[in-house]
Design a protein around this ligand. Structure first.
Ligand SMILES: Nc1nc2c(c(=O)[nH]1)N=C([C@H](O)[C@H](O)COP(=O)(O)OP(=O)(O)OP(=O)(O)O)CN2
Length: 181
């Protein structure tokens, strides 16, 4: 069969700011991010699934809840907010596609890449599927669509250097749940 996608929607709430923005986005503010994780496959099992939607929830949605929901999405150069989060024990995620500690704003485009790359690792032990695309809505009117082709190999390398071990440990702990009888 040809390529098909299994798509699961989810959402998380997070705060961010866009450093060096000329206008309102430079201020600390929050969004209810809505996403659609698109998992690709070109074969289903006999029961008709390539991956159970429940698996995308159990592994992918859970990860985004744990790491980003009610957290801060921060540019690694945003020392002020990183210090506050560390001092107060607030949850935060620093962007890493440009390399550890390198300038990278938490724009919708960059957040989508981080989520895409995280999901590549999270679902890497699930057979016969791959991350195909993510649609990320920052507001009800504004979204970005990110696919494999959107991500440079250096961004993948940078992300994996910073995040692979943590995300793989998370994936291993979740395991791969079989949905067949
Ligand atoms: N290409 C991008 N453009 C903008 C981004 C982004 O991540 N990538 N981000 C922002 C702001 O963070 C945010 O999206 C603005 O939100 P909001 O003020 O709610 O949006 P609008 O100004 O579009 O709201 P209206 O409904 O038009 O009042 C901006 N740009």
């Amino acid at each position: 069969m040809g390529k098909q996608l299994a798509v699961r929607k989810g959402h998380f709430d997070a705060m961010h700011r866009v450093m060096d923005h000329y206008s309102k986005c430079r201020n600390i503010h929050g969004h209810s991010y809505l996403y659609e994780l698109g998992i690709g496959f070109n074969q289903t099992e006999a029961i008709g699934y390539a991956i159970d939607f429940g698996e995308i929830k159990r592994v992918g949605e859970a990860f985004l809840q744990d790491m980003m929901d009610h957290g801060a999405l921060l540019n690694p150069k945003d020392e002020v907010l990183i210090n506050v989060c560390n001092q107060e024990g607030y949850k935060y995620w620093t962007m890493s596609i440009n390399g550890e500690g390198e300038h990278c704003n938490p724009s919708a485009e960059n957040i989508a890449k981080e989520i895409f790359l995280a999901c590549e690792i999270l679902f890497s032990e699930h057979p016969g599927i791959w991350m195909e695309q993510i649609v990320l809505f920052e507001t009800p009117k504004s979204s970005t669509i990110t696919t494999k082709e959107s991500i440079d190999e250096i961004e993948r390398e940078n992300f994996r250097k910073c995040r692979y071990d943590m995300i793989m440990a998370y994936a291993k702990e979740k395991g791969v749940k079989s949905y067949r009888q």
